[in-house]
Design a protein around this ligand. Structure first.
Ligand code: SF4
Length: 454
């Protein structure tokens, strides 16, 4: 069997298989470049089953490039809520504005122009050009590299840039003339359904006869992939501050800064308890020092609140960091009367922690992750967050009310450019939260933590 024949076998049999077995996916029903683009961005790091309802809702709300370009960012993020990797949504909207300004609202068909769109890398550019415009461009991601590594018995490390270049050349050569649209989707489909990472279905694979990896018994040991560094664990303390008086029935949330990770998304106040030593788990903090530290951090942000009881544990997975979250129910205190009492002890705990804390704030540089799932009862595993508590945050009084578009809610103050809000359950659908906080706050309003004893 020569290499040319092996390539021909792959292309012909894969295409034949795809035309019979292709899944009916919403973005495949219309040959619309915008739909292709949105779907490819959503599918990055995310499973097809997860993407389908998000895609349908997103396209329902933003049916055209223009609609997306003109939408308020908060609305775009709200439609992305739960998908993770929120920079994808912000980049998508920024790129939609590029398309409006530079290309009159029409998706460009030129490779350099597509590549110049924000958030579009080589894979996505290849996918858009081939699927939307049937251009013979390779679209090589991890799935495709896995299939090609196995079929052609390629022992190169797929984490290396040189391997990607090799794979792109190979994938380009495999595209049958005039069939780029179907072929690239067929390759993706084979990786998703048949040549899966852990248990490839070789016996039903349309290219099994000439698969060098299978013939050599290497299907489970390919592709070669150097291991990424394990994520670094961190212990974090999270406050669910229950309002009193005018804020009764509401909880305190804060909005992240306008730039950086998860820009402008809302979250519960939280603080780094302890960065872990290299290679070691951070470990939970005992309740007493944890509550003192949390009160101190809230105080530094301008809020008098007393942590009362541990509500739950949660886990939050980044690409490079895993946060173990200790979530405390806290009660709002009267600023003038009670703050000094809280502050004395809490300030000492907070100052001690601040001195030891990694000031470079590892979280602010952390890539986003879409690892979001529930595991054991009472424990949330979720995604995306970072702490940015500033030591320079000023103590704010209730008169320091921020002027925000969310005028229906009670805005309490801000420290170091952060905006805070007291929200009730009715406000949840007006604001975009990273998944972990969406789940924690929703659980709180649903009464999930009512049983914990104060
Ligand atoms: S025969 Fe097995 S290893 Fe080879 S491409 Fe098919 S599923 Fe993958």
């Amino acid at each position: 069997m020569g290499l040319l024949e092996q390539k021909r076998h792959f292309s012909v049999n894969l295409l034949d298989w795809y035309m019979v077995n292709r899944r009916d996916l919403p973005w495949r029903r219309h040959n619309n470049p915008y739909f292709t683009w949105v779907s490819e961005i959503m599918l990055q790091q995310t499973r097809v089953d997860t993407v389908i309802p998000y895609f349908n809702r997103f396209i329902g709300n933003f049916p055209t490039v223009q609609a997306l370009a003109e939408a308020p960012e908060e609305e775009v993020l709200k439609n992305w809520e739960g998908l993770g990797y929120y920079s994808r949504a912000r980049n998508l909207q920024a790129a939609a504005r590029q398309v409006m300004e530079l290309h009159g609202g029409e998706m460009p068909q030129d490779k350099q122009a597509v590549f110049a769109l924000k958030g579009v890398g080589p894979y996505t550019a290849g996918a858009i050009l081939s699927i939307a415009f049937n251009q013979p461009q390779p679209a090589v991601d991890g799935n495709v590299m896995r299939v090609l590594s196995r079929y052609f018995l390629i022992d190169e490390d797929i984490m290396k840039g040189s391997t990607r270049v090799l794979m792109e050349e190979l994938a380009g050569e495999l595209i049958p003339e005039g069939r780029a649209r179907d072929f690239n989707q067929a390759l993706m489909e084979l990786g998703a359904l048949v040549c899966t990472p852990k248990a490839p279905h070789c016996l039903t694979c349309p290219v099994m006869e000439q698969c060098s990896g299978r013939i050599a018994g290497r299907e489970l040991t390919l592709p070669v992939k150097t291991k990424a560094k394990p994520p670094r664990p961190e212990q974090r303390l999270v406050a669910i501050v229950e309002g009193r008086g005018a804020h009764r029935g509401r909880v305190l949330v804060r909005q992240r800064p306008a730039t950086g990770l998860l820009a402008r998304m809302w979250e519960l106040p939280h603080v780094l308890a302890a960065p872990a030593a290299a290679g070691k788990a951070a470990g939970p903090l005992a309740d007493e020092p944890a509550m003192a530290l949390l009160a101190g951090s809230l105080w530094a942000e301008g809020f008098a609140a007393r942590p009362e009881v541990l509500a739950t544990h949660a886990e939050h997975v980044f690409s490079h960091i895993v946060w173990s979250l200790q979530v405390y129910k806290c009660t709002e205190q009267d600023q003038s009367n009670e703050l000094p009492l809280i502050a004395a002890e809490a300030r000492a705990a907070y100052d001690a922690q601040a001195a030891a804390r990694d000031r470079s704030s590892s979280a602010s540089a952390a890539p986003e992750s879409d690892a979001t799932h529930l595991s054991e009862p009472g424990t949330l595993h979720a995604e995306n967050n970072a702490s940015f508590l500033s030591e320079e945050s000023e103590l704010m009084s209730p008169s320091d009310v921020s002027d925000s578009a969310l005028s229906t809610m009670t805005l309490t103050g801000k420290g170091d450019g952060l905006t805070y809000c007291w929200i009730g359950p009715e406000d949840m659908d007006k604001m975009a939260f990273p998944n972990i906080f969406l789940k924690l706050i929703s659980s709180y309003f649903a009464g999930a933590y009512d049983q914990v004893n104060d």
